[in-house]
Design a protein around this ligand. Structure first.
Ligand SMILES: [Zn+2]
Length: 197
């Protein structure tokens, strides 16, 4: 089953519209579907989102088993593990759409915008990495801008970190779209695709 990236994005948006309208169908959520998938997976799209418990990706897009290839880290960061996971998704699963979805009220981004006291070394790495991206975008401590900028940075860093993704985006067989989930209303603000140039 092949679709163009634009069509895949529309399918995600339709699932989210069902969720927003209170008309979620909870597709592909049965044990039967799980059994069907034993032989392999053919997800529609990849989503990079935050570990935050308020951002359950499958519920937001009204999707089920086998539908979405999801990478979640605090602050939806594009470290090597995220890039490697998506390289596999693109190479091994032929994914053509990656959505990088940050969210309002993100604790990791907030930590990058406000002075922190005690942090572990790994947590400090994560927060400093987010901070460096916000600096690249010229964002100081304005949280509303920071939540959105962090999504754009993470999307861009996927491309910067992956020759494979750069070439697929350049040839038009992969789209990487940044987005921000608004938390309070459940809306998703679409921030546009990143380009390979
Ligand atoms: Zn978060």
């Amino acid at each position: 089953m092949h679709h163009d990236p634009q069509k895949l994005l529309e399918m995600l948006q339709e699932g989210h519209a069902r969720f927003m309208a209170g008309e979620s169908r909870h597709p592909h959520s049965s044990a039967y579907r799980l059994h069907q998938l034993v032989e392999g997976q053919h997800p529609l799209a990849a989503v990079v989102s935050c570990s935050d418990s308020r951002v359950p990706v499958e519920l937001l897009f009204d999707a089920g088993f086998g539908d979405l290839y999801v990478v979640r880290t605090a602050g939806n960061t594009s470290f090597t593990d995220t890039i490697g996971s998506l390289d596999y998704g693109v190479l091994g699963l032929n994914l053509q759409l990656i959505v990088v979805m940050g969210h309002e009220g993100c604790g990791a981004v907030t930590a990058a915008c406000t002075p922190q006291e005690a942090m572990t070394p790994a947590l400090q790495d994560l927060v400093l990495n987010i901070r460096s991206g916000l600096d690249e975008e010229g964002v100081g401590s304005e949280l509303d801008r920071a939540f959105r900028a962090n999504s754009r940075v993470a999307a861009r860093r996927l491309l910067q970190g992956s020759e494979l993704m750069r070439s697929r985006v350049a040839e038009g067989t992969l789209r990487i779209e940044a987005a921000c989930y608004t938390l309070e209303k459940g809306d998703i603000e679409w921030l546009g695709p990143v380009s390979a140039s």
